[in-house]
Design a protein around this ligand. Structure first.
Ligand code: SF4
Length: 224
């Protein structure tokens, strides 16, 4: 990787270019921190528009609260979140998380996000169905904690721009970003949101649109 260090862009340059081209992404679109948490649980392996539908259903059914979700009948919950896909599995995860959140933090974001970041991250990762990307999304977007979120788009964009090999673990990629950007909640928030925007609009798995992409000015290998 050292051989190409002189030609690959820094993360700061990537961030600045994306912010200039695409503007602030206003993440996370939600009315409460609990809504962010539920959105983070539902968004795994599905498009955000499907999550929005599920959140809308929960809201209209007055079920978008830790207590309501903890008590809901599984079949009702599955019906309400059906649009988000994998609805049986996700209903169990959302309910398990809500019960944990109530028993551990009485459903209070203030209590929860008072806990030191690393401790809370470990607790979240111990909740069934929560992996690193979901835990970090909850910490960053619901709790405004300074932690970097990594997803498949980040990996693809970084690999295509020769920043990484591609086979790195989640933790390695997170360290890679953390070591290269200032520890800043708003920066982490915007950087991840911008990478997601690029991934969705341009950096598709097949047939990336490099000619139109704001990162097309940097050396890349879009065809891989
Ligand atoms: S679409 Fe092309 S230029 Fe844009 S991020 Fe992907 S590889 Fe880079």
């Amino acid at each position: 990787m050292d051989d190409v260090d002189l030609v690959i862009p820094s993360l700061r340059r990537i961030y600045q270019r994306l912010l200039r081209a695409l503007g602030p992404q206003q993440w996370w679109p939600a009315k409460s921190s609990f809504e962010v948490m539920v959105g983070a649980l539902l968004t795994q392996n599905t498009a955000w528009s499907n999550v929005e539908q599920a959140i809308g259903q929960l809201t209209r059914a007055r079920a978008l609260s830790p207590k309501a979700l903890a008590r809901a009948r599984p079949t009702r919950l599955q019906r309400l979140i059906r649009s988000s896909g994998y609805f049986r599995q996700k209903a169990a995860v959302v309910q398990g998380f809500s019960r944990w959140y109530l028993s551990r933090y009485r459903g209070s974001p203030r209590m929860m996000f008072r806990v030191p970041l690393e401790t809370l991250r470990r607790e979240l990762l111990a909740v069934k169905g929560i992996g690193p990307e979901t835990a970090d999304s909850i910490l960053l977007y619901a709790g405004r904690q300074p932690i970097v979120v990594i997803d498949a788009y980040t990996r693809r964009i970084f690999r295509r721009h020769h920043l990484i090999e591609g086979g790195e673990s989640y933790d390695q990629l997170q360290r890679f970003v953390t070591q290269r950007l200032p520890r800043d909640v708003q920066l982490y928030n915007e950087f991840h949101a911008l990478l997601v925007a690029v991934g969705k609009r341009y950096c598709r798995r097949r047939d990336p649109h490099c000619a139109a992409c704001p990162l097309g000015v940097f050396p890349h290998q879009g065809e891989r």
